[in-house]
Design a protein around this ligand. Structure first.
Ligand SMILES: [Zn+2]
Length: 464
């Protein structure tokens, strides 16, 4: 049985489904006002891998992830660039899906947009006011968190320290510094919607509670996101559901930080590194493998060196696919279902180890190590003449990698003339013991999308 860490109980516990065989998941999506950053890449990969594993187990998964298409940052970007909010959100939403496709992230079952749900949000805010848990100020409507039993659960810190840490926003009309905005009154020239409590637009925390409950229903199974969303975003979503008396997520899953040169990756720190840039230069599979090799709750470091390391490992899998003529189980962009877990076609003990690792709080590091172990075994068995054993191990490695969304690509792509000329120049530099020049040329070839290997007859280029 799958066990996952649950932020609400601060423990690893079994995922007990609302309905047997059916999993409902909500993962907070992007605010589309800029190119996606590396943190976006990580959380989408982590939850894509979780979703794929649930599918592998034979479960039906409904996966909802929203697009925030109205927000202060979008309004600011539109004003700076002298264009409409819609033009900004269309451009960056397109960039988002392009990056997701390059990462091999399955499209959500549903992708609600905040602006399509404003009427429902207006109803919710009105209802919270009628219940006496929300109040008006001169700039909007706020939730009175002191009226919500158990507020602060997901933060995992006492309320007093949260209060002390709450940002001073210059709004002295709030009853508590932790009270958060449900509805912002319109300023001139800003997008706005009519509401009984004054024209304006919804606060960010309101859209996710409305859309998740509408599309997945009360008490849906898993709510996910990066750990920076635990508090206040997820806690504030939860507070609104509690105030409405509606059961909310049964299990809260949060992934760890992305670290870039020692700094936590987060928009608010301003160390913005674009996922789009990374994907323009590198194989999206390398980032997936980098994510898979760490536990999802641990921080990961994304640097040129860690990506290159993942690329080297990918070459081993691709070489295996080439040696054994393995088909890519994800060639049609789908996923792998193996409800039994040990069909006649796969190595049953390897599949069992794979499942045990992932059932244990999605230990993808152990599961991935098992796949590379299978690849080594396949090569050794083949070298020793055990063709049947070798093929079983190789096939199992490819299918289990695909179950995690990692495609193996056996096809050789012939290098273009210019790349071959650079490879020849590198061989000449090596013959002349000009190692600096040889390294430079390796980097140039790598930029051109080639994994560079030293073969018997000189440089060998393989498409990443
Ligand atoms: Zn959200």
């Amino acid at each position: 049985m799958l066990r996952l860490h649950d932020t609400a109980t601060a423990s690893v516990r079994p995922v007990e489904l609302r309905e047997p065989g059916q999993v409902s998941m909500y993962v907070c999506g992007p605010t589309v006002y800029d190119y996606p950053h590396l943190g976006h890449g990580r959380f989408t990969l982590v939850f894509d891998v979780l979703r794929r594993y649930l599918l592998f187990l034979g479960l039906d998964v409904t996966y909802v992830s929203n697009i925030t298409d109205i927000d202060d940052n979008i309004i600011k970007r539109a004003a700076e660039e002298g264009r409409s909010e819609e033009e900004v959100t269309e451009e960056y939403e397109a960039a988002w899906w392009e990056a997701m496709d390059a990462l091999g992230v399955l499209r959500p079952t549903a992708t609600p947009h905040a602006t399509d749900y404003v009427d429902d949000m207006v109803s919710l805010v009105g209802d919270l006011m009628a219940r006496g848990v929300a109040y008006e100020t001169s700039d909007g409507v706020y939730l009175d968190v002191d009226k919500v039993p158990g507020y602060g659960l997901l933060a995992g810190q006492p309320l007093d320290s949260l209060r002390a840490g709450a940002r001073v926003e210059g709004n002295d009309e709030k009853r508590s510094p932790l009270d958060f905005v449900l509805w912002k009154r319109a300023k001139p020239g800003e997008p706005q919607w009519a509401a009984p409590f004054g024209a304006g637009r919804p606060g960010w925390h309101t859209e996710c509670v409305v859309m998740s409950l509408d599309l997945l229903g009360d008490g849906f199974d898993i709510h996910g996101g990066g750990q920076d969303l635990k508090f206040p975003h997820h806690e504030n979503e939860r507070a609104q559901a509690v105030a409405e008396g509606r059961p909310f997520a049964r299990h809260w899953v949060h992934n760890g930080w992305v670290v870039v040169d020692g700094e936590k990756m987060s928009k608010s720190l301003g160390n913005f590194t674009s996922l789009t840039d990374l994907l323009a230069q590198r194989d999206g599979r390398a980032y997936r493998l980098l994510v898979l090799r760490s536990h999802y709750r641990s921080p990961i470091e994304v640097t040129a060196a860690t990506i290159a390391d993942a690329e080297e490992a990918l070459v081993r899998l691709d070489n295996l696919a080439r040696r054994f003529s393995l088909a890519d189980p994800l060639a049609d962009g789908g996923y792998v279902v193996d409800g039994v877990g040990a069909g006649a076609d796969l190595d049953p003990s390897a599949v069992e180890r794979f499942r045990l690792a992932l059932d244990d709080d999605l230990d993808t590091a152990a599961a991935t190590a098992g796949i590379f172990d299978l690849a080594r075994r396949a090569n050794s068995a083949m070298d020793a003449g055990d063709e049947a054993g070798a093929e079983l191990a190789a096939r199992t490695a490819a299918v289990l990698a695909a179950a995690l969304g990692l495609a193996v690509r056996p096809a050789d792509v012939a290098p273009d003339d210019e790349s071959l000329a650079l490879a020849a120049e590198r061989d000449a530099a090596r013959a002349a013991r000009d190692w600096a020049r040889a390294d430079e040329l390796r980097a140039v070839l790598s930029e051109r999308g080639w994994a560079v290997e030293d073969g018997q007859a000189g440089t060998v280029l393989r498409r990443r």
